[in-house]
Design a protein around this ligand. Structure first.
Ligand SMILES: Cc1ncc(COP(=O)(O)O)c(C=O)c1O
Length: 303
């Protein structure tokens, strides 16, 4: 959004929904090819673990993406703000920086990488405490010095934001007085997310015309709506994206607030909604039941 705001052109690439929203490098090649006469691409933005998809990339995928960036001479902008929030069986967060350094020279010394992290996500989940960092690797020294000046001139986060950031990167260790409370809190949040995620999958996948991939990380689930043609026609006639229209009605009629897939970008002709699973179990259950009732009525009206 920031780059678009500064006049950059966004080249969308799509993830493989049926493969749990995996990133395939072929998709990146396709995207570049489609835009070859439009602009000169300079950077590749990746979110891992994914929002809104909840996918966690494997080491193999990361290596392929790094090789792609090297071949196409793209700066890698890697948004890793959900790195502490991984719970899928067999999935593990591996940082792009680690994989890059393990690839070895010349790539480990050439590929320019920016890794982002923020206190507003992960276990801290404190959007109110603004704080984050970007780690720049292999940047051209001239650009690096420009970045340093630019960041220094910017106003810094509040002291509480900086304290939160410090705690995030340097959490209590065994033997520290707050360690048991910290571990307990983390475990409670993890258990809550896992419980909510599996309940969401169970309810959503039991509903007609909704399908949902399991999430491996992050705090969102991104089910697909298979909307009836009559509903799509109606939305078109109203001049609104069909999933945005669905979300508006879900909010107005059932009091449930979710995000429409069209706001995140999705394959043409597909529709999605994004639900947050970082919420108390009772609230999650209530939201799911309201969503289910609304959805069944919606289908009845438009099928
Ligand atoms: C992938 C991703 N990156 C960055 C952010 C924003 O981070 P911040 O709150 O530090 O601006 C979000 C917020 O939802 C996010 O989902």
């Amino acid at each position: 959004m920031a780059l678009t705001g500064l006049g950059g052109v966004n080249i969308p690439y799509y993830l493989e929904e049926e493969q749990g929203w995996a990133l395939q490098v072929e998709g990146l090649h396709r995207a570049l090819k489609d835009f070859k006469d439009v602009c000169n691409p300079v950077a590749l933005y990746v979110i891992n673990p994914g929002n809104p998809t909840g996918h966690v990339q494997s080491k193999k995928t990361i290596e392929e993406v790094i090789r792609f960036a090297a071949e196409k001479r793209l700066v890698l902008l890697v948004d890793e703000v959900y790195q502490d929030c991984v719970f899928g069986k067999g999935s593990e967060f591996v940082s792009y920086r680690k994989v890059l350094s393990e690839i070895g020279p010349p790539l480990s010394q050439n590929v320019e990488l920016a890794s982002f992290h923020s206190v507003s996500k992960g276990f801290m989940g404190e959007c109110g405490l603004r704080g984050g960092y970007v780690e720049l690797v292999n940047l051209d020294p001239e650009v690096m010095s420009y970045a340093y000046t630019m960041f220094s001139a910017d106003s810094c986060p509040t002291v509480t934001g900086q304290l939160a950031l410090d705690l995030m990167v340097n959490p209590p260790r065994q033997g520290d007085p707050s360690y048991p409370v910290y571990v307990q809190e983390i475990q409670t949040i993890k258990t809550l997310i896992v419980q909510n995620m599996s309940r969401c999958l169970e309810v959503l996948n039991s509903m007609p015309d909704i399908s949902c991939q399991p999430m491996m990380g992050g705090v969102f689930i991104f089910p697909r709506l298979h909307l009836p043609q009559k509903a799509i026609n109606k939305a078109n006639a109203l001049g609104i994206q069909a999933d945005l229209w669905y979300c508006n009605m879900l909010l107005e009629e059932a009091g449930v607030c979710v995000g429409p897939g069209c706001e995140f970008g999705q394959e043409e002709g597909t529709h999605h909604i994004r639900l947050c699973v970082l919420t108390p179990v009772d609230t999650m259950e209530e939201a799911l039941q309201r969503l289910k009732n609304f959805h069944l009525h919606f289908l009845q009206e438009f099928s």
